[in-house]
Design a protein around this ligand. Sequence first.
Ligand SMILES: O=C(O)CCC(=O)C(=O)O
Ligand SMILES: [Fe+2]
Length: 202
Amino acid sequence: MSLDNLIDAIADQGWYIWDDFLSVKQVRDLCQEMPENWRTAQIGRSDSKHQNQRRRSDKIQWLQPTMGFAIHDYLERMEHIRHNVNRALFLGLFEYEAHFAKYDIGDAYEKHYDAFQGRTNRRLTTVMYLNEHWTEADGGKLKLYSDQDELIETVAPYAGRLVVFLSERFPHEVCISHAERFSIAGWFRTNGVSEQCFDISR
Ligand SMILES: O=C(O)CCC(=O)C(=O)O
Ligand SMILES: [Fe+2]
């Protein structure tokens, strides 16, 4: 698993799973820097944001490079990916935004797209998992579907594993979690204007 494999997989199939992207130590360091003040996650753009506990029940906290060394390091790694993916695939990825997510027992995220064509500038989704002792019984798997709604892959949220996929192409869901589940969800965005609206939503 490597950056070259990631680039080839995104070009060929649009998604990639990178196991051991981070070491156990790097995952632990990130967990140490995870803030405590979780906010209920929201769905949709700034003008239509609403909280919908049925569709999405995770709590989030946006990453800032100033939050700590491990977070800064993680954002640097994403910057490295952004640079190399742009160079190889000309996706025009301009910036990266990411939040920690916490799913308590019983939490889930119903099937959704991270981006709708022409309506947001999220192009490439990343999910980093932080669950060191995850087992089958803990549930919380990510299911990735094709745009014809066929199940492509079921992904357990093992620590160190990074999932990357094109935000507009793959509906996906987080199955009900039976244990506390931690992750960093992030999006590479293109710059700017879509359908005459600046998309500055978070
Ligand atoms: O945590 C995951 O596996 C995916 C989360 C997700 O789909 C999202 O935050 O948009
Ligand atoms: Fe998503």
